[in-house]
Design a protein around this ligand. Structure first.
Ligand SMILES: C[S@@+](CC[C@H](N)C(=O)[O-])C[C@H]1O[C@@H](n2cnc3c(N)ncnc32)[C@H](O)[C@@H]1O
Length: 442
C-alpha cells in the first residue's frame, strides 16, 4: 500500500515517524519534515513498518551522509540530518521524556554541542567476522560488514583496523564463530588518548594464551610508521572464553607495553586500561565534570560518587570536598581509580568495590552531596530509596538515557526541587543524549 505523508519525528533508533489512518509508521532513512511517498512493508501490530518509495519534498535539514556504510551500519543513525537539527531534536527528546514520564514540565538549558562532530570517539570495538572481516554488525544481524571508513573515529583507527585485518588473514588465525563457540579472534578494541597521542590495542580472543608475540611486535612497528597522529604504545589480549554477548572479560594479558594509555581530563592524569568505562567523547565529558564541580560549590562537603568508574568525577570534585566516597562495581575500574587518585595526590577520596544499591546506610554515611552516573538502565529502586533516606542537600544525576532518568527523577522530585537540567551532546550523528540534572532539597 502506498501513501504520502510528512515525517513528524525520529524513533530512538533514528527511523522516521509518520502517521497513516491514525497508526504510527516507522520509516528508515526518513527525517522530520521530509514529504515522501511511502510503502507499507510490514504490520508489527503496535506499529507499521514503511519504506521510502520517493522523497517528494526533502526536509531543509536533510543532508548527504558522508559515510559509505550509512544505512547498513546501525552506528550513526542521524548522519543524514544537519547537526543543528540533531541538537534541537535531542533537546526536545530529553524535554519530552521528562515531561511524559516524570511529569516534569521544566525548562531545559540549551544543549551543549560537541566541539567535534566527527572523529570524536576515543574508543572503537569491532567484531571479527567470516573471512577475517573486521567492522560492525549489520543492522539487526550478526553479519560483519568489513569497515572501510568510519568518520566518527580518527583516520588512524582505520589504519590499525586494516593492518589487523591483513594480519589475521596472513597468519590464518581462526575467527570466532559465536554459534559454534569455536575459533579465536572475537573483537578488536582500540582506545586513544589525546594528551599523549597514544593508542591501546586489545585483541579479544577465545583461547587460553595468545601467542604470536614477536609477530605482533613487528606488526605494531609497521603500523606506527603509517599512523599520522597517534602511536600504538600497548597491545593486550583480553581472554574471553565464555559463550557470551559481553565483549570483554576480566583477564587481560599484556603483549606489548604497560597495558595503559594516559589521558588528561580536567587537569588530572588518568591511566586508561582496556576494560574500564570511560566516556567516549572526552572534551564533552570534561565539560559535564566542570559543571558538576561548580554545583558542588566551594564548601567542604562530604560527597558520595556512586558509579564512579575510574574516578573521573571523584577527582573532579576532590577540591570541593572534605571527603569523597566512591563506589564502583567493576574490580578493574576500582583498581585503576585507586591508582589514579594516588598518582594525582588526592588523599581525601576512598573507593569501595561493589554495587552502590547494596551498600548499607552506615557505609554510605551522611553525605551532603550524592552524585550518580549510572549505566543506561538507570538507578536500582533500592538506590533511589537510599538517596531519599539519606536526604543529602544536593543530588547530581548524570544520565545517558532520558527514559530511565525520567523514571528515577519522579520519586526524587517529590522531595527535591529540580534546579537545573543541562543536556549535552556526547554522541553526534546518533540519537543518544546525555543529561545532567541538579536536585536540591526544598
Ligand atoms: C556511565 S559509567 C560512569 C563512570 C564514571 N562516572 C565516568 O564518568 O567515567 C557507569 C559506571 O557504573 C558502574 N556500575 C554499574 N552498575 C553499578 C552498580 N550497581 N553499582 C556501582 N557501580 C556500577 C559501571 O561499571 C561503570 O563504571
Amino acid at each position: 500500500m502506498l501513501f504520502t505523508a510528512r515525517c513528524e519525528d525520529f524513533t530512538v533508533d533514528g527511523d522516521g515517524v509518520v502517521r497513516q489512518d491514525g497508526r504510527v509508521v516507522f520509516v528508515p532513512d526518513l527525517v522530520p519534515n521530509d514529504l515522501a511517498e511511502i510503502e507499507i512493508i510490514a504490520d508489527k501490530k503496535n506499529y507499521l513498518l514503511g519504506k521510502i518509495k520517493k522523497i517528494i519534498e526533502p526536509s531543509p535539514d536533510r543532508t548527504r551522509p558522508i559515510c559509505r556504510h550509512f544505512g547498513v551500519c546501525g552506528g550513526c543513525s542521524l548522519q543524514h540530518y544537519a547537526y543543528a537539527a540533531q541538537l534541537k531534536w535531542k533537546e526536545n527528546f530529553a524535554a519530552q521524556s521528562l515531561r511524559r514520564l516524570a511529569g516534569l514540565d521544566l525548562p531545559l538549558a540549551k544543549i551543549v554541542p560537541s566541539e567535534n562532530i566527527l572523529a570524536y570517539r576515543n574508543k572503537a570495538q569491532l567484531p571479527f567476522g567470516k573471512n577475517s572481516t573486521v567492522g560492525f554488525f549489520k543492522m539487526n544481524s550478526h553479519d560483519v560488514v568489513d569497515v572501510r571508513e568510519c568518520p566518527i573515529h580518527h583516520a588512524d583507527f582505520l589504519i590499525v583496523v586494516e593492518s589487523f585485518r591483513r594480519f589475521a588473514r596472513e597468519k590464518k588465525i581462526p575467527i570466532y564463530d559465536e554459534k559454534m563457540h569455536k575459533g579465536i579472534l572475537r573483537h578488536l578494541v582500540i582506545r586513544k588518548s589525546d594528551y599523549l597521542k597514544e593508542l591501546l590495542v586489545g585483541l579479544v580472543v577465545n583461547c587460553r594464551e595468545f601467542g604470536l608475540r614477536p609477530e605482533l611486535k613487528q606488526l605494531v612497528e609497521e603500523i606506527n610508521q603509517k599512523l599520522q597522529t597517534y602511536k600504538i604504545v600497548s597491545v593486550v589480549a583480553n581472554i574471553n572464553q565464555k559463550k557470551t554477548n559481553k565483549i570483554l572479560a576480566e583477564r587481560v594479558d599484556n603483549i606489548l607495553g604497560s597495558g595503559f594509555i594516559t589521558e588528561k581530563i580536567g587537569g588530572f592524569l588518568y591511566k586508561i586500561s582496556l576494560n574500564t568505562f570511560l566516556q567516549v567523547n572526552t572534551p564533552q565529558a570534561e565539560k559535564a565534570y566542570t559543571q558538576i564541580k561548580k554545583w558542588c560549590g566551594s564548601g567542604n562537603a562530604n560527597i558520595l560518587d556512586a558509579y564512579c568508574g575510574i574516578g573521573t568525577i571523584a577527582l573532579s570534585v576532590v577540591e570541593q570536598a572534605a571527603q569523597v566516597l566512591s563506589i564502583e562495581e567493576a574490580p578493574q575500574s576500582v583498581k585503576d581509580a585507586k591508582r589514579n587518585a594516588e598518582n594525582n595526590g588526592a588523599r581525601n577520596v576512598r573507593f569501595i568495590q561493589g554495587q552502590a544499591e547494596r551498600q548499607s546506610i552506615e557505609t554510605l554515611g551522611a553525605p551532603e552531596i550524592i552524585i550518580v552516573d549510572p549505566p543506561r538502565k538507570g538507578l536500582a529502586a533500592e538506590m533511589v530509596s537510599k538517596i531519599l533516606e539519606i536526604r543529602p542537600q544536593k543530588v547530581i544525576y548524570l544520565s545517558c538515557n532520558p527514559t530511565s532518568l525520567a523514571r528515577d527523577l519522579k520519586p526524587l522530585a517529590s522531595v527535591y526541587k529540580v534546579r537545573e537540567i543541562i543536556p549535552y551532546d556526547f554522541f553526534p550523528q546518533t540519537t543518544h543524549v546525555e543529561t545532567l540534572v541538579l536536585l536540591q532539597l526544598n
